[in-house]
Design a protein around this ligand. Structure first.
Ligand code: AMP
Length: 278
């Protein structure tokens, strides 16, 4: 497995693969790898002959008060994990390679970026859409794989790719969880031992809401119950718990169309997000 750090080197490698008739998959990550990330490499390998995984902590998706400086970084460990998972090439550019002086273009996906996460992290999806568009245009893969764990992000990327006619198939891969149900996340490292014990409650509550809505309970009545359960389990602020249309993320009044339950809540100083299908 090779590692390249410039867009030019990346393009040479992809061109060589193309000459040999290989299809290409892309797995963008910020590192701090866990089995959730590695499952995306497996999903990409199932669809493409060669998989490029990217390691880039994208500054433009962090607000000034967020954890860009302290985000878990372990390049050597991550390279080993990617190699074991079967990635063929790692693209690990510097910030200056992706955002050289004078970089002034930003992609905003209206509507779907502005609800839920967008209300609480208004800078976030602009940064994600911009870097993902750049990575897609740099690598020009046939397929790119993203986790259902960040469900709204997946919806935003699908919208962007459709709107900008980027010729790539966007694939969502299932959320990988710890044995107690907590969704794996690089930020779980921030949880104290007692917070870690409480953390799986979020998934249990989302699962219960999905069951309730499936059996006919009105989605609008679920939030209050969820908040009190999360508070009992030791959570602090609940940013949102919402049942939304699985495609548009607009509010739904029943389960007549595919829906998704999504939530974000604070446990100490760590913000957890998760979602499940109804
Ligand atoms: P990140 O490094 O957090 O930006 O995540 C990189 C990719 O891994 C994104 O597509 C995430 O949705 C995905 N991902 C993160 N956690 C999980 C998980 N527990 N299961 C599956 N995919 C995940």
């Amino acid at each position: 497995m090779d590692i390249v750090r410039t867009i030019d080197e990346l393009r040479v490698r992809v061109k060589d693969w193309r000459k040999l008739g290989n299809s290409v998959g892309l797995v963008p990550t910020m590192g701090g790898l866990h089995d959730g990330h590695l499952s995306l490499v497996t999903a990409s390998n199932a669809r493409a002959d060669k998989t490029i995984a990217t390691l880039f902590v994208n500054p433009s998706q962090f607000a000034p008060h967020e954890d860009f400086a302290t985000y878990p970084r372990d390049e050597i460990g991550d390279l080993r994990k990617f190699e074991d998972a079967g990635a063929n090439l790692i693209f690990a550019p510097s910030v200056a390679e992706i955002y050289p002086d004078g970089h002034s273009t930003k992609i905003e996906v209206q509507g779907i970026s502005q609800v839920l996460e967008g209300e609480f992290r208004p800078h976030f999806f602009g940064g994600v859409a911009t870097v993902v568009a750049k990575l897609l245009l740099q690598a020009l893969p046939d397929v790119a794989v993203f986790g259902d764990k960040d469900y709204q992000q997946l919806c935003v990327i699908k919208s962007m790719v459709r709107d900008l006619n980027i010729p790539v198939e966007i694939v969502g891969a299932p959320t990988i969880r710890e044995t107690d149900g907590l969704a794996m996340s690089s930020r779980n490292k921030y949880l104290s031992a007692s917070e870690r014990k409480s953390a799986a409650t979020l998934y249990q509550i989302l699962t219960k809401i999905a069951e309730n809505v499936r059996s006919g309970h009105p989605p609008a009545n679920q939030r209050q119950w969820a908040e009190s359960e999360l508070t009992k389990a030791g959570f602090g602020a609940v940013d949102y718990v919402a049942v939304r249309d699985a495609e548009t993320l607009e509010p739904v009044s029943d389960a007549s169309r595919p829906a998704r339950v999504l939530a974000a809540a604070w446990l100490g100083s760590t913000r957890l997000i998760d979602n499940v299908a109804v």
